[in-house]
Design a protein around this ligand. Structure first.
Ligand code: UGA
Length: 452
């Protein structure tokens, strides 16, 4: 099939590349000239395990091309994916200006070129309930009729960063929201090769598909937050959240995944989507109370290690002057360079504001962190510098904070780390170490929801 993907951000680039890998002819469009040039030159603009091989093959075999010209991509396309940013507006709602702007442009082009034929337009971005209807209206405003010249489909994406290629190539399910049998048939044909193992393609109406995406992310964020609160309580009563996790995760109604307590969830999706769903509910006159709690608890959870750090290292005024704090992990989770809403950044801001010298290391996310703090500078008298390795970061530190559970942080030479630190103090925000092992290795150790 011939596919156009509008927007070469994370979802667009992964989706476009994977569709090409499956033998489709894919043209990716972006208004960012530099980005398109980079991609045309065969260089990826995001880090995602496994993507490069497909990307290079797609380009080499001429199935994957990039352009800034929407018309070029639209003319031959059977299916057009809108993978555009929907950043949160001031009030927490999703900002649809890019999605609706492109819909309007597509409407113009299709109206001016009726011989280009029927197109399936697919909302791939996470968009509020009702967006498919608004996209339809934006295209129809050019005198076109849905069901005749085009149809709009909601096809939410469930990719996890770091496992996106695997998730795209072998999705647990594909959700297709459309009331048009013609569009449903096209989407079915497109996705059939991805679900050969028998995973379902679930067909529903547009609004339900849009809601499915929000419901999934909001429930996952709630699950994590619930465990974070259980962990906070475990800390107070002397229980161990790891035991509790295993105890409840074996109940098939609960399931073992997404029960890991830590210093809160981050990323570009959960915080934004929970906020947007809360906002949508409010607009409908409904107060979605659980979601407000999830957001509040998660903000606090990112700072959960601050009081214990201050208790051990700060002076009477809560200052950390002269203290060196090592931070292992900057990305919001392992296997990505994405630092959006990363708990590590919240901690770094806090320590620097109190005068600490922070030395950070992350295998992938140092450059993205640099860029973030260049845009939104750190405040306070402390400093931040980056180390070349986890060991170099820990060397000379008064405390080590583990903020992201990169595999390489799990089994370091603990003797070497302890020897190099000024004070052998470890605050493990992701429970990567066993408490008994850390005590034996000579550390004062604190984790989340587990007694030492
Ligand atoms: C999330 C969803 O998992 C995807 O299904 C969805 O497609 C995506 O959002 C999206 O909407 O685009 P992602 O944000 O890449 O994917 O990352 P996750 O692996 O879900 O992790 C999110 C956050 O939760 C991370 O900060 C992680 O550290 C935290 N987390 C996860 C926990 O604290 N505990 C857990 O048990 C699991």
């Amino acid at each position: 099939m011939n596919i156009a993907v509008i927007g070469t951000g994370y979802v667009g680039l992964v989706g476009g590349t994977c569709f090409a890998e499956m033998g489709n002819q894919v043209t990716c469009v972006d208004i960012d000239v530099d980005k398109v040039t980079t991609l045309q030159n065969g260089r990826l603009t995001i880090y995602e395990p496994g993507l490069e091989v497909f990307f290079e093959r797609g380009i080499r075999e001429n199935r994957l091309t990039f352009t800034t010209d929407l018309a070029d991509a639209l003319e031959p396309a059977d299916v057009v994916f809108l993978a555009l940013p929907t950043p949160p507006a001031e009030d927490g709602s999703a900002d649809l200006q890019y999605v609706l702007g492109v819909a309007d442009h597509i409407g113009q082009l299709l109206a001016a070129n009726p011989h280009w034929g029927y197109k399936v337009l697919v909302d791939k971005s996470t968009v509020p309930v009702g967006t498919a209807a608004r996209v339809t209206a934006a295209v129809e405003a050019h005198g076109l009729a849905s069901g005749v010249h085009f149809d709009v489909v909601s096809n939410p994406e469930f990719l996890r960063e770091g496992a996106a290629v695997e998730d795209f190539m072998k999705p647990e399910r594909v959700v297709i929201g459309t009331s048009s049998p013609r569009a449903a048939e096209t989407m079915h044909r497109l996705y059939q090769p991805f679900v050969r193992s028998g995973n379902p393609i679930i067909l529903m109406d547009e609004a339900s598909a849009e809601m499915t995406k929000y419901a999934a992310n909001a429930l996952l964020a709630t699950k994590i937050t619930f465990m974070n609160e259980i962990a906070n309580l475990c800390d107070r009563v002397g229980a161990d959240v790891d035991h509790v996790r295993r105890g409840i995760g074996t109940d098939s109604r609960i399931g073992p995944k997404f029960l890991y307590a830590g210093i809160g969830f981050g990323g570009s999706c959960f915080p934004k989507d929970v906020q947007a769903l809360h906002r949508t509910a409010r607009e409908e006159g409904y107060e979605f109370r659980i979601l407000k709690s999830v957001l509040d608890v998660n903000e606090d959870q990112k700072k959960t290690l601050v009081p214990p750090v201050l208790d051990t290292l700060a002076d009477a005024r809560g200052r950390l002057d002269g203290r060196r704090i090592a931070v292992w992990g900057l990305a919001f989770k392992p296997h990505t360079d994405d630092v959006r809403e990363a708990p590590a950044h919240v901690l770094i801001r806090e320590f620097v504001s109190r005068g600490a010298e922070v030395v950070a290391f992350d295998p992938e996310a140092i450059e993205t962190t640099r860029a973030t703090f260049a845009r939104e500078p750190l405040a306070g008298t402390g400093t931040l510098r980056y180390a070349e390795s986890a060991y170099a970061a820990a060397s000379g530190a008064d405390a080590l904070i583990v903020a992201t559970e990169w595999p390489e942080f799990r089994r370091p030479d603990l003797g070497r780390v302890r020897e190099s630190m000024r004070t052998p103090l470890v605050f493990d925000g992701r429970n990567v170490f066993e408490p008994a092992q850390m005590v034996e290795a000579g550390f004062a150790y604190r984790s989340i929801g587990r007694p030492t």
